[in-house]
Design a binder for this molecule. Structure first.
Ligand SMILES: NC(=O)C1=CN([C@@H]2O[C@H](COP(=O)(O)OP(=O)(O)OC[C@H]3O[C@@H](n4cnc5c(N)ncnc54)[C@H](OP(=O)(O)O)[C@@H]3O)[C@@H](O)[C@H]2O)C=CC1
Ligand SMILES: O=CC(=O)O
Length: 367
C-alpha cells in the first residue's frame, strides 16, 4: 500500500513547476505562468493545480504521457464540484450527465459537452465516472459494451475506450462491480483504476477528498496530479476491489456512528437535557468527530440539507454487509443500522441527507 498526502500550500510557485503546470493543464492563461503564488488571492483559481504539483512524493508521469483531455461522467452532488475544481485548475474537461441540465454550469465555466459516455471516452485520454451505485456504474459501461443502448439511447463509455486511455471509477460500488468494470475496460486495451472517495460535498468543493484507489498502478501515477486537484490525500491499495472494500468499511462505520448519534440526541431530549449541550460535550471529548459538530445543530432543528443522500448511505451499508458475509465476518451493528436506514427510506427520506435517519427513530419512539 502506498499513501500520498497533499503538502500544504507553498508560498511561491517556481517557474519549473509552472511550466509543468502549463503543459499539464494547457488552458492556464499565459499571464498566470511563472508568477509567484503569493500574487494570487488566498484561494486562487489555480491553487488546486499548484497543490497537485507542489509535492514530489510520487513520480510525475513523463510529459509525453500526461493526459491532455479529461472526461467526467456523472455530474451529481460530488461530480459537479470535482469537475469544477478540474476546470478551475485549467484542465481541459469534457462532461456528460444523464440529466444534461446539470452540465450547464460547468459548460459555462469552460467544459466541453458530449452527448454520450461513449463520445466522452472516445475524445478523452482519461475518463472519470462518479455515479450513484453499482447498477448505474455498470449500466453506462456494460450495456454499451454489448452494443445495447442505455436508457438515454446513447452508447456507453466502454465502446469509446481503447489502448492508451484510462478509466477511473470514483463511484462507491462493491468489489465485484468494480472487478467487472475493470475486466470490460481492460479488454479494450485501456487501463482501469477504482478510486472511491471519502469526504462529502464540502470536501469535494474544497478539493479535500481522500481517494481510496486500486488497480493499474501506472494509471494511478498518471492521474495522481488530477486526484491531487480534487483531494487532499490518496491511498494506493493494490488489486481492484481493495479500494471498494476500504470505502465500504469506512462508510459502514460512518452510518453506524450517525445512527448512534441520532439515538443520543433523541435520548438526551427525552431525558430532559438540551441536545445542543450534548453536541458541545461530545465535541470536546474523545468521541468527537467533525460530522457530529457539522450535522448536530441542523438535526436538532429537524433540517437535513443534502450533502450525502440517505439512499447512498443505505446502499453502502447494504454493500458492506455483502462484503462482511463474503468473508464470514459478523457485523450485527451494521445490520441493525441498515434496517434503520431502510425505515428512513420508507418514510420518503431517500434524497435527504443521511442525518435524516434520526426521523426513523422518532417514528419508532412515537409508536
Ligand atoms: N454525496 C456524498 O457526500 C458522497 C457520495 N459518494 C458516492 O459518490 C457517488 C455519487 O454520489 P452523489 O454525487 O452524492 O450522488 P447524486 O445522486 O447527486 O449523483 C448521482 C449521479 O449518478 C447519475 N446516475 C444515477 N443513476 C444513473 C443511471 N441509471 N444512468 C446514468 N446515470 C445515473 C446521476 O445522474 P442524474 O443527474 O441524471 O440523476 C448523477 O449524475 C455515489 O456512489 C455515492 O455513494 C462518495 C462520497 C461522498
Ligand atoms: O460517502 C460519503 C462520505 O461522506 O464519504
Amino acid at each position: 500500500m502506498s499513501i500520498f498526502l497533499k503538502t500544504s500550500y507553498c508560498r511561491h510557485l517556481s517557474s519549473t513547476a509552472m511550466a509543468m503546470c502549463s503543459s499539464f493543464c494547457p488552458q492556464i492563461p499565459n499571464h498566470f505562468r511563472g508568477k509567484p503564488i503569493s500574487l494570487f488571492s488566498s484561494r486562487p483559481p489555480f491553487s488546486v493545480s499548484f497543490k497537485a504539483l507542489s509535492s514530489r512524493a510520487y513520480d510525475d508521469p513523463p510529459k509525453d504521457k500526461l493526459p491532455a483531455n479529461i472526461g467526467f461522467l456523472g455530474i451529481g452532488i460530488m461530480g459537479s464540484p470535482m469537475t469544477q475544481n478540474l476546470i478551475k485548475a485549467g484542465c481541459d474537461v469534457t462532461v456528460w450527465n444523464r440529466t444534461k441540465s446539470k452540465c450547464d454550469p460547468l459548460i459555462s465555466l469552460g467544459a466541453k459537452y458530449k452527448s454520450s459516455p461513449e463520445e466522452v471516452a472516445a475524445s478523452c485520454d482519461v475518463t472519470f465516472a462518479m455515479l450513484s451505485d453499482p447498477e448505474s456504474a455498470k449500466r453506462q459501461l456494460i450495456d454499451a459494451f454489448y452494443q445495447v443502448d442505455v436508457a438515454c439511447g446513447k452508447h456507453g463509455a466502454a465502446s469509446g475506450m481503447s489502448s492508451g486511455k484510462g478509466y477511473v471509477d470514483v463511484s462507491t460500488v462493491d468489489g465485484a462491480t468494480s472487478k467487472l468494470i475493470s475486466q470490460h475496460i481492460k479488454s479494450t486495451g485501456a487501463l482501469f483504476l477504482e478510486a472511491p472517495v471519502s469526504g462529502s460535498k464540502k470536501p469535494a468543493e474544497e478539493g479535500q477528498l481522500i481517494f481510496l484507489t486500486a488497480g493499474d498502478k501506472s494509471l494511478y501515477e498518471t492521474v495522481g496530479p488530477f486526484l491531487d486537484i480534487m483531494g487532499k490525500s490518496r491511498f494506493y491499495l493494490g488489486d481492484v476491489g481493495n479500494g471498494a472494500a476500504m470505502k465500504l468499511v469506512v462508510n459502514m462505520v460512518m452510518g453506524s456512528m450517525m445512527a448512534s448519534f441520532a439515538e443520543g440526541l433523541l435520548l438526551s431530549e427525552k431525558a430532559g437535557l438540551d441536545p445542543s449541550v450534548l453536541v458541545e460535550v461530545i465535541s470536546q471529548g474523545a468521541i468527537s468527530a467533525p460530522m457530529y459538530s457539522m450535522k448536530g445543530p441542523s438535526m436538532i432543528k429537524s433540517l437535513y440539507p443534502t450533502a450525502f443522500p440517505l439512499k447512498h448511505q443505505q446502499k453502502d451499508l447494504r454493500l458492506a454487509l455483502g462484503l462482511a458475509e463474503s468473508v464470514n465476518q459478523p457485523t450485527p451493528i451494521a445490520a441493525a443500522t441498515n434496517e434503520l436506514y431502510k425505515v428512513a427510506k420508507s418514510y420518503g427520506l431517500s434524497d435527504r441527507d443521511f442525518s435524516a435517519v434520526i426521523e426513523a427513530l422518532k417514528g419508532k419512539l412515537q409508536q
